[in-house]
Design a protein. Structure first.
Length: 332
């Protein structure tokens, strides 16, 4: 993954002075030169190029090296309805909202359908060397199975030819690609130290699996193509800083000394009034020269609304305060 030459703070507009505009334009020109020379740009750098193109009134697809940034921008404009049956708005180069005209809308939606079909073809074979793409593929295939089960495709094969179903499938693969690109951006900008947590003398690792699993199943419910029955994170937790947020919570709980090592780590906690569960389990990885090496991986982290689980926490656990916003449930 491309780490990039520039940090997020480098690309932020600090003021409205001519000198600041010249600074941002110089970065834009440098990124265009780097991308044109075949140097991979990070996600935030691609977004800066897209913002520059929008400001200059040029097509977002002008540079192939910023294609990921283009996709994310167009997807987020249309994800709520890719049939073309809604009113869509974009911002112009100066931040003003404008209604998308029909010709541009039709072109954008055809682009998204093409991208959905390309993504489906890319992930279907499996066997990818990119660990993040491996996990994105698993999540997309699981979602497709769920969609087909809910739509009862097995007993209604003719339903698979309807546009209703096709739009569901296209939406599913578009969301899959967007989730992959979001995860890629997060990992590009995450401090590696925030992916390792110490708990009861053990190290818990936040991996590509952890990120794709949590993002796909417990964030961005509005983009899902079916009702999953999962619980989704409120605004207290943000994908781009999730690793650091989890690390701070696990560190705080570990310091209480209330837990002992577990084969399958289970932490039930309450943060800002909402109950969450965090799970970590032992896994194996094959390391050249060392063979099979066990490690503990964060499996999932999500809010809990299931009445049965909440009732269990009130009867089989005692709640211990950790801080003004955090408490933990300890088995009785």
């Amino acid at each position: 993954m491309a780490k990039g030459k520039y940090l997020k703070t480098d690309l932020e507009n600090r003021n409205d002075t001519p000198a600041e505009k010249n600074r941002l334009r110089a970065i834009y020109d440098d990124l265009v030169a780097r991308g044109s020379a075949g140097i991979p740009l990070s996600a935030i750098e691609q977004a800066h190029v897209q913002a520059g193109l929008r400001f200059l009134g040029e097509p977002l697809g002008k540079y192939a090296f910023a294609e990921e940034g283009r996709f994310k921008e167009i997807y987020l404009t249309y994800f709520h309805d890719i049939t073309g049956g809604s009113r869509y708005v974009k911002t112009d180069g100066r931040g003003n909202l404008r209604t998308v005209p029909q010709m541009e809308r039709d072109s954008d939606l055809q682009y998204l359908i093409d991208e959905a079909e390309k993504w489906e073809r890319l992930i279907q074979p499996g066997g990818h060397t990119d660990l993040l793409l491996q996990e994105a593929t698993k999540e997309a295939k699981a979602d497709r199975k769920t969609l087909d089960r809910l739509e009862n495709i097995a007993s209604r094969p003719g339903h698979s030819g309807t546009y209703y179903y096709k739009y569901k499938v296209w939406g599913l693969y578009l969301r899959s690609r967007w989730m992959y690109l979001l995860a890629k951006e997060i990992l590009e900008n995450t401090d590696p130290g925030d992916c390792f947590y110490q708990f009861c003398g053990e190290t818990i690792e936040f991996t590509e699996f952890s990120l794709m699993h949590i993002l796909n199943r417990h964030f961005a419910e509005v983009t899902k193509q079916f009702v999953s029955g999962k619980d989704y994170h409120p605004e207290d937790f943000k994908p781009r800083i999730l690793t650091a947020q989890i690390k701070a919570i696990v560190d705080s709980i570990d310091k209480t000394g209330l837990f002992t090592p577990q084969v399958r780590t289970e932490i039930n906690l309450k943060f800002e009034g909402t109950v969450y569960q965090l799970w970590a389990t032992m896994q194996n990885r094959n390391i050249p020269g060392r063979g099979i090496v066990p490690y503990k991986r964060l499996q999932s982290f999500y809010p809990v609304s299931d009445p049965a689980v909440l009732a269990k926490l009130t009867t089989g656990f005692r709640e211990e305060t950790v801080s003004a916003v955090l408490s933990v449930f300890v088995p009785i």
